[in-house]
Structures are given as structure tokens and as C-alpha cells.
Ligand binder design. Sequence first.
Ligand code: SAH
Length: 475
Amino acid sequence: MLLTLTTTHQPATDLGHLLVKHPDRAHAFEVPVGTAYVFYPEAGEQRCTAALLLDVDPLKLTAARGRGRGRQSASTPESFTLGRYVNDRPYAASSLLASALSRVYRSALRGESRDRPELAATAIPLEVRVPVLRCRGGVAVATRLFTPLGWEVTATAVALDEQHPQWGDSRYVDLTLTGTSRVAEALNHLYVLLPVLDDAKHYWVAPDEVDKLLRAGAGWLAEHPERALIVRRYLAHRRALAGQALERLAAQRPTDEPVADDGIDDAPARDPAPRASLAARRREAVHAALVDAGAQRVLDLGCGGGALLATLIGDRRFTEIVGTDVSTQALALAARRLRLDRLPERQRHRVTLHQSALTYRDERLRGYDAAVLMEVVEHLDPPRLPALEDSVFGHARPVTVVVTTPNVEHNVRYEGLAPGAFRHADHRFEWTRAEFAGWVDRICATYGYSAALRGVGDDDPEVGAPTQLAVFTRI
Ligand code: SAH
């Protein structure tokens, strides 16, 4: 099983830093089903390719499956068949390749790079090739899954036997994806979608698979038009798990959707007359804060799919609206939602989208009246937060900054959210009201701002409102 990743970003050998695998060496890793190798068939300044080869040992594979089954229920004698030892698993890319990928490229999947953090946060030209991919539904399904994520898909069915074309195609495709993407995004797409295309998960699907799926799908799965298919297949058609996953994804969508779809991020489901979704109330509160501040030229930092941008575009008081995000996928979704290509000229020049990482100073963001960080800070690893503080409050320095973030104390009011769990798989932390107030005080003292705090959503006498909002004003 082979998967190659090629870049022409220069110097192309930086790919080695992103994957944490030196291009001059071959690397071998023991994995539960065999051995995974990483090596570089080409490693020049102009073009560099990292290959991941998984050599499956059929005996180890059988042992690994036996273990999986043991966790699910007592093993049954039926499982001792030749098919367990003799099958196509060692030869076809599949869910096994995805689990090897998560083992071998672990930090790259998380978007971390000690030596090249900026490059890890940057979309670079990439080509992914999987020459033999077991693919249920063939070329059409591969195209439906990768195209909405911004990949140009070239997939050809592999003939069953080249000598006998009349026998038709095999179950395999030769897949090439071309696009501009962060390496972490590309790897997360593959980590989720390879097993989905395979549709024959090789291991027992445990409840924590939902968390794994939502973590890997952060930033792209919630709005993928084929998310139902992806979730069903990824969770091996286990209906209860798929239902939970879809519900949690719905809660992440910046809702233009019906309130009932807004899952845990909303009033409890039993509420007989649910009001506007929490996401909608947050947008309203942020919009009102911007209007109160008299802002005209505004930044929506970490704008995601652009729901707030859509609200702001609808208000003529805002003369210039800029959305930024680190994720090109999020920006592509925003552009589609806002129909930027179809806006009349008069409107078009009011709106701009930039790819930008909030952990780096960006000249383009200076000199605005206001900036919004709506449900963004909690997506950063705490050690990266000071870099965001510097770039927003220290460098961009808008007159007004509006920040929203979850109030973790309120989580006990969400049925269906496990104790101690965060509301979103990609949250790195969630703050109590005291913690948020402490952070706000520190920002004010460090950067010369004053601030007012309030809650958004129904205020609960014990645990407070679900969302916390701060309006900072430059002194
Ligand atoms: N503000 C939007 C999206 C919130 S989700 C809303 O409220 O609907 C968090 C967003 O922050 C994601 O789109 C994610 O891509 C973005 N993000 C996370 N880390 C970032 C960083 N370091 N720089 C810029 N954007 C980031």
C-alpha cells in the first residue's frame, strides 16, 4: 500500500520538516498490522515527494483483528476461515493505510511543526497519489468526497486484468489529488476519507471513534455536502454513533439551518419553544457590539464559514468587511456562502477574504475600527495564545475588539455532553467565567484596553450564560 505526498513549494525539501522525517533517510515504524516505511523517491529544491509504504504482515493483521473482536464480544469459531489470512488487505490502500498515517505523521496531522511552524500554517501546492485505492462506489464517489474540499481529483478505475479489458474494472482506483492546502488539512482529509472510500473498517469501532472523527474533521466535515455518507461509512454503519456524530457536527455549523439542527450548542432539545439558536444569538450580540462602538471598517478574525460576515454584509453601516482564517477550506466555504463571485460590484468591494494565521503579525490587518474573535481563541493551544494576543492587541490594534468564547461552567446544562468534555472536538480549552475575566484583565493591562463583559444566551443563575462576550476598547 502506497501513498505519496509531493510539493513544489520551495525549498521543497521543507516537506521533511513538516512531516518530521528527514529526506535523506528511509524511516521504518512498527505498526500493529506490519511495518510502515517513509522514504523520499525525490527530494530536490523544486520538488519533493514523501512516500508512505505500508507492508502488511497477514499474520499480524489476523492477530490485530482477533484482538478487536475480543473487545466487542466473545469470539466465534466462524472467524477461523482462510479468508482471514488470504485477502486483498496487504495490497490495497485502505483504512490500514489511514491508521499507519496517523501513527507515522502524528504531529503533522495536528498541524504542528517545531522547525517550520509558519509553513505548517500555510497552504502550499500539494499532490497526493494513492495508486491502488480500494474504493466502494468507484471514481464517482472519490470525486464527490474530495472535490468539495478544494481538491482537483484525477481518478481512474484500475482494470481487473489489463490483458482482458472485457472483464471490466476492479474495485480499485488510481487516485491523484491536486490542490493548495496545509499539509495538516490534506492529511486529515486522507485520514478520514481513505477508510470511508474503503468502507470496510478493519477494526472494532469504539465510541471514541466519534471523537477521533470530529477531531480529524474539524474545520471541514461539518459543512461537507456528503457528511452523512462520510459519517455513516466512517463509523461502520453503526447507527447510534453516526447519529451522535451528525448531531455534534450540526452544532458546529454556523447555522443558517433550522434551530432543531443546532444540537448541543443550543437550548435543550426538550425546550417546547426553542428560540433562535445560540449561534444566531451570538452573531446578533457581536453585531450589536460593533454597531454600539460605531465601527465601520471591521475584521472578522477566524471567520470560519462566514456566517457573521453574511450578517455584516447585510448592514450598510459597515463600509469595509474583512474575513480571515487560517483554513483555506473555511475561506472557500465562506466565499461560496457569500456568493462573492455573484455580488454586485457595489457590494463586492466591501468584502475581502484573506488567509492569515492569527499567531503571526499581519500588516494587512492594521488600522481597522474593530476586530471580532468569535469562538476562536479556544481553538488555539494555550502556548500559542500569547502570539495571537500580540498580533491582535499588540500589532493590529483596532479601536474595538469583540471576543466570544464558551463558558465551560454552563456545560453541565447540556444533556448528552459527557462530564468534562468540551463542546467542540477542536477546542483546546474552555474557560470558566473567572478564567475569562482574568484573561481579559491581563490583556487590558498589557495592551492598554478597557473592557466590558457580558453573557450571551439564557442566563442561568448558577452556571451563567452559555457564551461569554468581552468588548475591549483601546484607551
Ligand atoms: N468565527 C466563526 C468560526 C469559529 S470556528 C464562527 O463563530 O462561526 C474557529 C475558526 O478559527 C476556524 O475557522 C479555524 O480555522 C480558525 N482558526 C483556528 N486557529 C486559527 C489561527 N491560528 N489563525 C486563524 N484562524 C484560526
